[in-house]
Design a binder for this molecule. Structure first.
Ligand code: BGC
Length: 412
């Protein structure tokens, strides 16, 4: 039987404590992020952030109209749909969702694009036989030199198709369309999912000033001046905290964060994303929880076989009393750390860019949309850090893929 810690300090409470962030720390993260963003925008310093141009040079008006085939390659799924912009802050859209198989995510990039083209062609085969303008939402950093051109900088999350890094992702897809369905599909826009979220929500609510994704990965886009032009900028904030050692980092990295990074495909990159986004929170919990579950059973043969017939008994009697409660606390603390860090960066962007009241930040992504507790944590933290009601957090009402259609209509 493992020892009883009820009433006393659990010997692993320090693990949970290592995931807590003080208000003082949050203030220094906000200040450091603002400095980093400023130097990225003004001097092109890309050691952490990328601040990529989107070539979307105006905020959506809500009057843009048209019908577009829209595609969204995200961290987990591929979506292919048709969106109809009605021109009065309203749109209709329908899409099919396909899970991207693991083998495709880490194989040749050409196979990935074959997969996308195949799903698009299947979708289009059910549409009237006419040409369509296509919007492409792509959830990875791309160096764009126009609205519909851009070279892939790197893959993140669970993708690792390195043979197409440096390639123009629009060209890769357009070539396949031209070969398989000549004259039907022309890609007119390439947008990051944060830009798509910004524009789609802005179409409905004109006070939108920021698009945020909290899903498999995390990132944000906002409106600012880049190289002398006002436009939506894809910050690529997942890289915040990169290129700095653990002891000098403004992010409070725990040993578990360091382990997760060391074993990841993109070691040394996306430090903030690995602390905050959905792909990593479960893994943070799993690694910490193992310590809790084995506590008291480190010695071989210390777990009595009788417990195996009833797993609830193992939990009730076999584990140190209070451990289940501690695991609950651990889970909430991991979620709360993520929410606080995301809220800190949203606050920093708002403090830099506020030009209107309200300043609406539209959030999309499964970590946020599917988790009411997490939603509350973000709103509470933002309210605390800004001490104002001016920054308003809203769950995005438009899917990022609709945004790729809106920017085509706006550019016409
Ligand atoms: C990518 C971003 C993307 C974010 C959310 C990150 O891994 O680098 O481009 O916006 O995930 O999907």
């Amino acid at each position: 039987m493992s020892p009883d810690y009820e009433g006393g300090q659990h010997p692993l409470a320090f693990i949970i404590d290592s995931f807590r962030i003080s208000d003082e720390k949050i203030n220094s993260i906000i200040a450091d992020f603002k400095d980093e963003l400023d130097s990225c925008i003004r001097t092109g310093n890309k050691r952490m952030l990328k601040c990529l141009p989107s070539f979307v040079e105006s905020l959506p008006k809500g009057t843009e109209a048209g019908e577009f085939v829209v595609i969204d390659l995200g961290g987990t799924n591929l979506r292919v749909g048709l969106c109809t912009l009605q021109g009065c802050h309203q749109f209709e859209q329908q899409h099919d969702t396909f899970e991207v198989p693991d083998a495709i995510k880490s194989g040749s990039g050409h196979k990935l694009f074959d997969f996308i083209a195949e799903k698009v062609l299947a979708f289009v085969s059910n549409l009237p036989l006419k040409p369509y303008d296509v919007g492409f939402t792509f959830s990875f950093p791309v160096e764009q030199n126009g609205l519909s051109h851009g070279k892939l900088i790197q893959f993140n999350k669970a993708y690792d198709c390195h043979d197409i890094v440096g390639h123009d992702v629009v060209q890769l897809l357009q070539e396949r369309f031209d070969k398989l369905l000549p004259g039907r599909l022309t890609i007119r826009s390439l947008v990051n999912d944060t830009v798509g979220t910004f524009v789609a929500h802005g179409y409905i609510n004109p006070s939108t000033r920021m698009g945020v994704i909290l899903g498999t990965g995390t990132n944000a886009a906002y409106f600012d001046t880049l190289n002398g032009t006002r436009m939506i900028i894809n910050i690529e904030w997942g890289g915040f905290g990169d290129s700095v050692s653990v002891d000098k980092n403004s992010l409070p990295l725990t040993p578990v964060d360091v382990e997760i990074d060391a074993e990841s495909e993109n070691k040394g990159r996306q430090t903030f994303e690995k602390m905050v986004s959905g792909m990593y929170l479960g893994e943070q919990f799993r690694r910490c929880a193992l310590d809790f579950l084995t506590l008291g059973y480190e010695t071989p043969y210390s777990l009595d076989t009788k417990y195996l017939t009833d797993i609830e008994l193992v939990l009730k009697n076999g584990l140190a009393a209070g451990t289940v409660q501690m695991l609950n606390q651990l889970a909430l603390t991991i979620l709360e750390r993520s929410a606080k860090l995301a809220a800190a960066l949203i606050t920093a962007v708002y403090q830099r860019a506020r030009d209107s009241s309200p300043f609406v930040a539209a959030i999309d992504g499964s970590l946020y949309t599917k988790n009411p507790t997490y939603k509350e944590m973000i709103s509470k933290a933002v309210q605390q850090y800004t001490q104002s009601d001016e920054l308003v957090i809203e769950a995005s009402k438009g899917e990022p893929l609709v945004g790729s259609g809106i920017v085509i209509a706006a550019a016409k």
